[in-house]
Design a protein around this ligand. Sequence first.
Ligand code: ZN
Length: 277
Amino acid sequence: MPELPEVETVRRGLQQQTLGFTVERVEVLRERAIAAPPQDGLAFGQCLQGRSLQHWRRRGKYLIADLDHGHWGVHLRMTGQFLWLEQPREPCRHTRVRLWNQAGAELRFVDTRSFGQMWFVPPGVSVESVMTGLQKLGPEPFSNSFNATYLKGKLAGSLRPIKNALLDQALVAGCGNIYADESLYVAGIRPQTRSGSIPFERLEGLRSALVSVLEQSIGAGGTTFSDFRDLTGTNGNYGQAAWVYRRAGQPCRHCGTPIERERLGGRSSHWCPSCQH
Ligand SMILES: [Zn+2]
């Protein structure tokens, strides 16, 4: 599943490839991909037609294109991906939405599992009122408002494992299973630790670990753990550097102790029993 670094990698690719792209024609092959106007591919296409893409933003795992009039929102969910095609190519059976510019270049949205969503936000309407999932998001991990004081206040008295708290998009936007496990390892905190019991200094360590792990992965172009591909079809390579994620039974890269795995909140957690307390 794409997490923050993958979505940020996609954003950068879109920003590079599609700036100034003016939508000449839209084809929606699967109505379900269109969240607004609800399941109406024709209306969605009409809204986007003639619009030019001015800037791509990211908020949590949402992508938002600022258009010359209105906004275009996208959530990749499990398997959504964009392809940039300068030469005509037959669509595969997982192709959901196709957009062409005047020069015939195509921006294609492919989504095997088909959970990805798109929104058109009309001019003069707030993005959050249409893409309602944005309203629930906590601060961005790279923002100043995400700091140890914020974490201490939010987690005060909480008995839930810190791993589960990190996966909560209302606490911090964009962190998923991979980066929760990796940042807890870097911070030396066991995933089962009760959130409310973690002292201020260790929360600061966790914040900085999450930021550095995310930055490292963005620098590497996203992770190889999923079938994630960027706009050119390239897979990232963070996987080679994983400390604990999907390394159950293998020796810790620091101390050699076998990495353990346990299910927490329905997701697999990986940690080193010697390095994490
Ligand atoms: Zn270790």
